[in-house]
Design a protein around this ligand. Sequence first.
Ligand code: NAD
Length: 262
Amino acid sequence: MQRFENKVVLITGAGSGIGRATAIRMATEGARLMLVDRSEEGLQHTRDQLPAGAEVLLRMLDVSDEAAVELCVAETISHYGQLDVLCNNAGIAGGDYGTVQDQNLETWQQIISVNLYGVMLFTKYASRQMEKQGKGAIVNTASVAGIRSGAGGNAYSASKAAVINFTMTSACDLGSHNIRVNAVCPGLIETGMTKPVFDYARANDKEQKLGARCELRRYGRPEELAGAIAFLASDDASYVTGQALAVDGGNTASLNLPGMKV
Ligand code: NAD
C-alpha cells in the first residue's frame, strides 16, 4: 500500500515509541515527513530506521511552545509546499499517583501543557494550511486513560479525556473544510513511556501479568498503533471524523470485574 504517496505528514513525539513506529509506517507507505520531538537523539534514531530514500526533516522543539510550533508548521510548508496529515502524538505521563487530595498544581500544569495545549497548538497552525488545500487529516494520540479511570495518574487521565473531547470539537470546527480529526486511545503498549512498568515486571517475574486483563490477554506493540493511526490518516477513513478509536486489546470493552477472567 502507498496511501501516503504525494502526502506530507507531520508527527510529534516521533523520537520514540508510537511516534517512531508511525513515522516508519507512513514513510513505508510513501509519505514525506516532518518529525518533531524534544529529543534530538530520539529523532536521529528514528531517521536511521526509516526506509532507504525516505524524505524527512527533523525538528527538536517543545510542543507546548506556541512560537516554536508556528515556526515548525511554516517550515514544513516552505520546504514541502503542503501539509496533509498531522499526528499529534507527543505526550508525557507521570505526575501524582495518589488521590485527588495529593495533587500538585504545578504537575498538572506541566502535563496539561504538553498533552493538551501541544495538540491544540499544532492543530491550530496545521489546520490553517489544510483549509487552504481543501483537505486534511489529523490523528491525536489520546489514551484509554481518557475513557476510564485506573490507567494513569489524575492529571494524565484528565489531559487525555480533554484530548478526546478536543478531537470532537475540532472535528466539528473543521469538518466543513474537509479536514477530518480523529483520535486513537492506546491501551498498554511497550514504549519509552511504559519502560519502567515493563522493567519492573520483568525483574520481578511478572511479565505474563502485563496486559493479562485485556480481552486479547496481552499488551500491545507500537506498530499496532501505527497501523490504526495510518488508517485514520488515510483516505480509507474518508468518512470518519470526530471519533476516538480504542486500540487496547479490548480492555475498555469490558467491565473487567476481578475474578471473571480465565
Ligand atoms: P514515548 O515516551 O516512547 O514517546 C513519547 C515521545 O514524545 C518521546 O520521544 C518524547 O521525547 C516526546 N515528547 C514528550 N514531551 C514532549 C514535548 N513537550 N515536546 C515534544 N516532544 C515531546 O511514549 P509513547 O508511549 O510512544 O507515547 C506516545 C503517545 O501515546 C503519548 O501521547 C502517550 O500519552 C500515548 N499513550 C501511550 C500508551 C502506552 O502504553 N505506551 C498508552 C496510552 C497512550
